[in-house]
Design a protein around this ligand. Structure first.
Ligand code: 5GP
Length: 178
């Protein structure tokens, strides 16, 4: 990616180690239960794949695609459903898997939407959380890393659909988006 990358914020090793720790907690918390992991496309693809492989409890995976960001780095505040779940979540233990929580707008909307379908339980696991998200009154049970309010890429997160495949979390050099 040439000099588009400003710095590595979280290394691949640190990401992998933290996901394994979270998986261990989730295994304990859901012992004896089946989990339906609901990944939020496209950003959650990497964390979903790593988390699912690290879990020992039985899991199913389903995906929702919602959009709250355009090609830039600002939230539009508008959530659109691009793809709904294939699974009926009534009486299921649902764990939402997110890449990042920033304003929390997407998550707030998603929680209300999924709650109305009456799951047995509904919790959230996110790889990353930014400071603004802490202001939102949402209980996020599993958080990988709290990061500064910077625009990050990699590990599923894109800038204009690029960089999702980086195995680490990095920040973009300002010249890329200014
Ligand atoms: P929120 O609704 O919490 O503000 O934002 C949620 C969505 O915005 C995330 O799922 C992600 O797609 C996008 N987003 C928020 N912050 C960042 C960021 O720093 N980098 C990238 N690439 N996407 C972000």
């Amino acid at each position: 990616m040439g000099n588009d990358l400003e710095k590595v914020l979280i290394s691949e090793d640190d990401l992998q180690a933290r996901i394994k720790e979270l998986a261990g907690r989730i295994d304990d918390d859901y012992a004896g239960k089946d989990i339906l992991l609901v990944g939020v496309l496209k950003g959650a693809v990497m964390v979903m794949a790593d988390l699912a492989r690290a879990l020992h409890v039985p899991v199913q995976m389903d995906w929702m695609a919602v959009s709250s960001y355009g090609a830039g780095t600002r939230s539009s505040g508008v959530v659109r459903v691009l793809k709904d779940l294939d699974t009926d979540i009534l009486d299921r233990h649902v764990l939402i898997v997110e890449d990042i929580i920033d304003s929390g707008l997407t998550l707030h909307w998603l929680l209300e939407n999924l709650k109305s379908r009456n799951p047995a339980s509904l919790e959230i696991c996110t790889a990353l959380r930014k400071p603004d998200a802490v202001k939102v009154p949402i209980d996020v049970k599993y958080v990988g890393f709290d990061i500064p309010s910077e625009f990050v890429i990699g590990y599923g997160l894109d800038y204009a659909e690029r960089y999702r495949n980086l195995p680490f979390i990095g920040t973009l050099a300002p010249h890329v988006y200014r």
